[in-house]
Design a protein around this ligand. Structure first.
Ligand SMILES: Nc1ncnc2c1ncn2[C@@H]1O[C@H](COP(=O)(O)OP(=O)(O)OP(=O)(O)O)[C@@H](O)[C@H]1O
Length: 244
């Protein structure tokens, strides 16, 4: 459903993502992990067609994000970091706007909006202006927007960031419910939530993939579980860099 093929990106001559390749099949939920600045958001933004790669490609349900972006994006939902939204719109305006952008008919739009209101639990803020919403609610409206066209592939950049514990749990449950029909990529710094949500973990460092396994296998690498395994892998890379 999702294939990243040797994706690379530099900013002002500095490599952010370095020949990143992996693929996901339907039913997989990938925890995409890395330190601050490792290249997670840049990879996700390229995969979602928001920024162009310097080289490489992304295939979404058979469509190239580089040469056929429109078709690829029809099958992909993206929640960017911070979920930028239009501040003067209400969540209802925003979701209706996205329906029009995805060319969803009026009748189907109504049921799609009802579905995502329930999924993202935003029924009580539908007529408030986005600029007046709390961070957690804005995030949930962003998530509703990513789901509106029921895409095959979901790319969620820190979906639980800013949510209270009850909403975090609700989003994790939603992701688990959706998992069987989709391929889902989630970045997070909250490693405790990875085993509950993800069937696979990729760790990246300086734009390069350094580990790819199940959360259980990853956790077995070190006493102390996933967090210790993550710190161990990333610090070893740092030590090698410092020696060089
Ligand atoms: N628009 C940009 N212009 C210049 N440099 C950028 C831009 N976007 C990202 N970078 C750089 O690319 C590198 C990777 O950044 P990226 O945001 O992808 O990391 P990240 O893993 O998502 O980090 P975080 O966990 O802090 O969100 C960093 O060095 C960052 O400064």
């Amino acid at each position: 459903m999702l294939e990243l093929k040797q994706l690379s990106k530099s900013f002002a001559g500095r490599t952010a993502v370095d020949s990143m390749s992996f693929s996901l099949v339907k039913g997989e939920v990938l925890g995409f992990l890395g330190q601050n600045g490792a290249g997670k958001s840049t990879t996700m933004r390229m995969a979602a067609g928001v920024i162009e790669p310097d080289s490489g490609d992304v295939i979404v349900s058979g469509h190239s994000i580089v040469s056929n972006r429109r078709e690829a994006q029809r099958r992909l939902g993206f929640l960017p970091e911070g979920a930028p939204l239009y501040p003067d719109m209400t969540p209802l305006d925003f979701l209706n706007f996205l329906c029009a952008a995805h060319r969803i008919s009026r009748k189907d739009c109504r049921s799609a909006v009802e579905r995502v209101i329930a999924d993202a639990r935003i029924g009580d803020v539908m007529s408030k202006r986005v600029s007046t919403l709390s961070k957690g609610y804005r995030r949930r409206v962003g998530l509703a927007g990513a789901l509106i066209h029921d895409p095959d592939v979901l790319i969620l950049d820190e979906p639980t960031d800013g949510l209270d514990p009850i909403q975090k749990r609700a989003v994790r449950a939603l992701i688990s419910r959706m998992a069987k029909d989709k391929a889902i990529v989630i970045s997070t710094h909250t490693l405790e939530e990875v085993p509950a949500m993800c069937s696979r973990v990729i760790i990246i460092d300086q734009g390069k993939l350094i580990a790819d396994s199940s959360p259980e296998e990853m956790a077995k690498r070190r006493e102390g579980g996933l967090e210790e395994a993550f710190i161990d892998l990333v610090s070893k890379k740092e030590a090698v860099r410092n020696e060089g």
